[in-house]
Every structure is written in C-alpha cells, then in structure tokens.
Design a protein around this ligand. Structure first.
Ligand code: TIU
Length: 228
C-alpha cells in the first residue's frame, strides 16, 4: 500500500488511496442555483460557482484512482418529520423549508432543487448520503460506511465552507478521521467567512484538520498512479 504526500497546511499529509474518501458536500441546486434554499436566505448564489470546477477536478482524479466517493445532500422528508421546528422557523416566512419554489419544495428530498448539480452528478456505485443536518455524520450512516470501507482520511469539498463543510470536518475530527478541506473546491456566500473558515481549520497546528487545494490533491493522486 503506497503512501503518498499531499501538500497541505499546516503541514503535508501522508495518505493512502485505499483508506481515503472524497466527500463532496451539498453541491445541490438548492444552494447553487437561483430559486432554492440559499437564495431564500438572502444570499447571492453565484458566489458558489467558484467551487464547481475544482470539485470537478477533484472528483475526476478520485474516480480515476478508484477512491471512495461520497456525495451528500442536505434535505428533509416530504412530511418534514426530520426537520427540527427551530430550523424551519428561520428565514422569510413565505419561503421556508418545505414551501413551494421554482425548483419544487425547498430543501425537500426528491424535489428538483434537492438534486446535485449536473456538473457533479454522482455515478452508479458512488455513495449518495442524505442528511437532515449541517454535518454529514448527524443522523446518517456515514460512520458505518467509512468503517466498513476502511477509511481513515476524508478529503472534503463543497458548500458552504463555514456551515456544512466546517460542521462535517469538526464532526469527523472528533470521531478520529483526518479531515482535509480542499480550499478552492469549497465556497461560501460570504468570501470572508470562506477565508477565515479555512484559516480556523489549519490554525493551532491543524486544530481540527488540514487545508489543501484541488490541484495538490490531483497531483498527489497522479503521483500515486505513476507509482502503482
Ligand atoms: N446557508 C449556508 O451557508 N449553508 C447551509 O445552509 N447548508 C450547507 O452549508 N450545505
């Protein structure tokens, strides 16, 4: 099993392709396209487009190398039984979770807005994980999937940096996983939160993870392919 090195902050990280998964967080129409959940919260959704290309690069390299790929989707059951009232109550009263919108009911599973954007559509065999919370470990079987797959390292990208990406990294770190954010493959509606959010992860000697980028991840995987 070849260990390869990933350029990262606060220091490089050695990892193996067999024990590493790429986790793409919530690249859904509801967050990236007009008329969805992100826009109902008052955000400029176009800011998230910056992450799409780097996510595509990371996904292509992970697929070519045979890494486990996990796509997450934030959303709720149609009857909203898994949506905490405190979560539903936030936002503009007429455009809350479960209300109708141009992409179907907002943040509800099975609706067009809940789907992953075409540019990052999952392939058969890739894990698609539906999560009711911000973190991918909360109320999901992610930990079981990672344990069964022998995974100890998570390469994490998607949206938004300071909300679902951060929460997932914190949850994963507390569970013993080595979590790496790919900076350019994450994005936020608030550029300063994106920057500071990434700084928070790598500060204090990597207090809850590492920060790398899509090209460094692709370079590492290409070097693994050459070594094989
Ligand atoms: N609003 C916001 O920045 N994010 C979310 O509500 N969910 C995710 O980050 N996926």
């Amino acid at each position: 099993m070849t260990e390869i090195q990933l350029r990262a902050l606060p220091e490089p990280l050695d990892f193996s392709t067999v024990s590493t998964a790429l986790v793409i967080i919530d690249m859904q129409r509801d967050f990236l396209e007009p008329g969805g959940f992100g826009e109902t919260l008052g955000n400029d959704v176009s800011l998230l487009q910056a992450a799409v290309g780097p996510c595509q690069q990371a996904l292509a390299a992970a697929r070519a190398t045979g890494l486990m790929v996990i796509h997450t989707r934030e959303g709720h059951r149609p009857d909203l039984s898994d949506a905490p009232p405190a979560k539903i109550a936030r936002g503009a009263p007429s455009r809350r979770i479960g209300d109708p919108g141009p992409m179907g009911r907002i943040l509800v599973r099975g609706e067009p807005g809940h789907g992953i954007i075409d540019a990052l559509a999952p392939l058969p065999g890739e894990v698609v994980l539906d999560k009711p919370g911000k973190g991918a470990f909360h109320a999901t079987d992610l930990e079981q999937i990672l344990r069964n797959g022998g995974i100890d390292t998570l390469i994490i990208c998607g949206v938004t940096t300071e909300v679902c990406v951060h929460t997932t990294i914190r949850e994963g770190n507390d569970r013993g996983y080595r979590c790496v954010a790919l900076a350019d493959a994450c994005a936020s509606y608030f550029p300063e939160f994106h920057r500071i959010g990434l700084e928070m992860i790598a500060a204090q000697g990597g207090i809850f993870g590492w920060v790398s980028d899509a090209s460094a991840f692709c370079d590492a995987l290409h070097s693994a392919a050459r070594a094989a």
